[in-house]
Design a protein around this ligand. Structure first.
Ligand SMILES: [Zn+2]
Length: 706
């Protein structure tokens, strides 16, 4: 139910790496702002002049901002920050993520060293979470130990799959695999009921595919067919690594492709899944049993150790029907082969290097365009963050997060919220009744900044030194159990879906809250030392983006209590759809990934949020300047600095392979369109850069929803 601001996998980011705040050097030549404000203060005591905050070195000044603003703002950055060999893409998100990861490594190195002697660590006052962090990370980093164990860690589970004697035994086995984080056949979890946000219910959803999307199995173009052929070879090699002879491995690869293709055909496409009603089908247990007569849910839920489930959301009933059909039509041997593959695929990153390298070669290199495997420490920091994210986040926040950043961000959120309120009130296309409801929803949004008020309790998660795969699987089981335990209980509104060091943010339509983790509250998104304009353009637009998600094509179907409920008058709804259709058409025309185009339907929510977010951030900035002197800094007007601050958070380079994958799977547009696709819709941008009407960044036709 979460709409992310940017998926970490798809957006990497680069300038922040150890550099001084952007524009700091240039500011020396700028007007001494502080001296003007405090003319009587002695020079030595005066605060340093505010930096313009525009990264001049990141720009490409030869480009006309009215022709291609993204290139103008980011051309220099793009030229100097090629995609590193171990990445699929590089961006300022990625660079900051990398910098945060280095900080986490430093924390974990200390934890790991201390944890080696648990008794001494306890005497030194280190707590149980720090012990777990240290044991998890040290075990992950022990590559020699992993090599020595070989596939022994996987054997017990492989033997259980091999011992399957009938379809009746499948549910219990599948529950075991699901607990270990293996997403075979379908996914099972818990979530707020879309129509009653006060209750948490079980959810069964489509799953079971190893390739990134159903399209990879179904598209008939030459490139897709070639990728499937490479996938088949990858499957063969992976089975070969398990010790299968070539002929058997080839047959097994074919069986896996068969099963996954059947599941892909029954899966909804991603754009359709964005309609919350398309993935909401609340069924009772009897209805579930009628839908899937071949699957014993009692045995499954018991083995899953789920709380009682009386009704649940079957997100895609047609998919579940297809699973049932598969169980009837596919022989047991093929199902076992498919389960063996799903287990192997999930475990591969934590097995000896032959498996790691083979998995990398296909999923990251062939499909993603990365040239090198990321260093082990990066993978281990991420695994620790995934398993024990709030324990690690607690240490990160204590060491690296300035409480002042939280206070100032909350104040900024308040300003952006006010701007959004004015924006709604001023809309000429919306009637009073709908406006009142929109304002109610806006007022109900909860704002969570930095980190959770209540930290997660990891006391039920066992971490065993020397058992990497076991630790990863126990981490998955802990997380699933934690979610399932919510069924039938009051909703935990303080919960976060991202860890504190994450360079990202999200809006959750069921909670009706925005969540801005500590990790993103740093340059280039937020910098207390620089001029206000780029801060409003960067973190201000991020906040506005998340807020607008409550009112995008999807979020607008939920009310202020987080319930799927229509609060629109028919006329206003029709006009809103006309306006968002304009945005969908605009972005669908953008070429990306070679011969592909942006999918305007898949990216509509994000693009609507980008457009509304930038507008309300701009209005908040204008309001903040009332009564203040208007200053040109480093040659840029306040408005120009605002738009440059916005554009420069999206500077990025992406491999062709990763961009093709993104176009199919990522609900966010490529960075260049997040900038150019948005500013073209703002007359304020045209004025700021004095663009001639009709120039590429100031078209006659503009789209606007919010
Ligand atoms: Zn978003």
């Amino acid at each position: 139910m979460t709409i992310r601001f940017a998926t970490s996998a798809s957006l990497a980011a680069a300038l922040a790496l150890g550099c001084p705040p952007a524009g700091a050097g240039a500011a020396a030549a700028a007007q001494p702002v502080a001296a003007a404000v405090q003319p009587t203060a002695p020079a030595s005591a005066a605060p340093a002049p505010a930096a313009a905050g525009v990264g001049r070195e990141d720009m490409e000044p030869g480009v006309d901002p009215c022709v291609d603003f993204y290139r103008y703002a980011c051309g220099g950055w793009m030229a100097h920050h090629p995609v590193p060999p171990d990445q699929r893409a590089w961006s300022r998100f990625g660079a900051l993520t990398d910098a945060n990861r280095t900080k986490l490594r430093d924390i974990l190195a200390v934890d790991a060293a201390a944890a080696a002697d648990a008794k001494a660590a306890e005497r030194a006052g280190r707590d149980a979470d720090q012990q777990k962090l240290g044991d998890f990370y040290a075990t992950c980093m022990d590559e020699a130990g992993v090599e020595k164990r070989g596939v022994a860690a996987l054997r017990p589970e492989l033997e259980r799959i091999a011992a399957l004697r009938s379809a009746a035994e499948l549910p219990a086995l599948l529950a075991r695999l699901h607990r270990a984080g293996v997403s075979a056949l379908f996914r099972f979890s818990a979530a707020q009921d879309a129509k009653d946000a006060t209750s948490v219910i079980a959810v069964v959803d489509a799953g079971g595919l190893a390739l990134p999307d159903r399209d990879y199995y179904l598209k008939t173009d030459a490139k897709s067919a070639a990728q499937r052929a490479e996938y088949r070879e990858h499957l063969q090699r992976m089975f070969g690594l398990l010790g299968e002879a070539p002929a058997r491995a080839a047959a097994d690869a074919a069986a896996v492709l068969d099963v996954e293709t059947t599941l892909a055909k029954a899966s909804l496409d991603r754009a359709s899944r964005r309609d919350p009603l398309a993935v909401y089908h609340k069924l009772g247990r009897a209805e579930l049993a009628a839908l899937t007569p071949s699957f014993g849910w009692d045995g499954y839920l018991a083995a899953l150790e789920s709380p009682p489930v009386s009704s649940l959301n079957v997100a895609e009933p047609e998919f579940l029907k297809a699973v049932d059909g598969l169980l009837r039509s596919t022989g047991l041997a093929n199902l076992q082969t498919y389960l063996r593959w799903q287990l192997l695929h999930a475990a591969a990153p934590w097995l000896p290097s032959a498996f790691v390298n083979e998995s990398f070669a296909f999923f990251d290199k062939t499909l993603g365009g990365a040239q090198e495997l990321r260093p082990r420490w990066k993978r281990c920091v991420e695994a620790t963050d995934h398993a024990l994210g709030e324990a690690l986040g607690r240490e990160y926040v204590a060491r690296w997060f300035d409480p002042e950043a939280k206070r100032r961000t909350l104040a900024l959120v308040g300003e952006v919220e006010k701007a959004m309120g004015r924006d709604i009130a001023d809309l000429d296309w919306m009637g009073g009744e709908t406006k009142r409801r929109a304002e109610d929803k806006l007022a109900a949004i909860a704002n969570k900044i930095g980190y959770p008020d209540v930290w997660r309790d990891y006391s039920r998660l066992a971490v065993v030194r020397g058992d990497l795969l076991g630790n990863v699987e126990r981490g998955e089981a802990f997380e699933l159990a934690r979610r399932l335990a919510k069924i039938g209980k009051p909703v935990e509104r303080q919960e976060w879906l991202m860890t504190p060091p994450t360079v990202n943010a999200y809006y959750n339509s069921s909670m009706n809250d925005i969540n801005i983790p500590a990790g993103i509250l740093q340059p280039p998104f937020y910098d207390p030392a620089r001029d206000d304009a780029p801060n409003y353009g960067a973190i201000g637009a991020v906040i506005g983006h998340e807020m607008t998600h409550g009112f995008d094509d999807r979020g607008s179907q939920f009310d202020g209590h987080g319930n799927l409920a229509d609060w629109w008058t028919p006329a206003d709804e029709a006009e809103f759809k006309r306006r968002t259709a304009c945005i969908a058409d605009e972005y669908s025309a953008f070429p990306a990934g070679g011969d592909l185009h942006v999918n305007g339907r898949l990216t509509l929510g994000e693009n609507t949020a980008d457009n509304g977010g930038l507008r309300v951030a701009y209005q908040a900035y204008e309001a903040s300047r009332t009564g203040k002197p208007r200053q040109t800094l480093d040659g840029f007007t306040p408005e120009q600095r605002f738009f440059l601050g916005f554009a420069q958070i999206w500077c990025s380079n992406t491999t062709l392979e990763a961009e093709r994958q993104n176009v199919r799977t990522n609900p966010h547009s490529p960075g260049r369109y997040r900038v150019d696709g948005t500013v073209v819709n703002m007359p304020e941008f045209q004025q700021a850069f004095q663009c001639k009407a009709g120039s590429p960044m100031a078209p006659e036709k503009r789209c606007r929803a919010w």
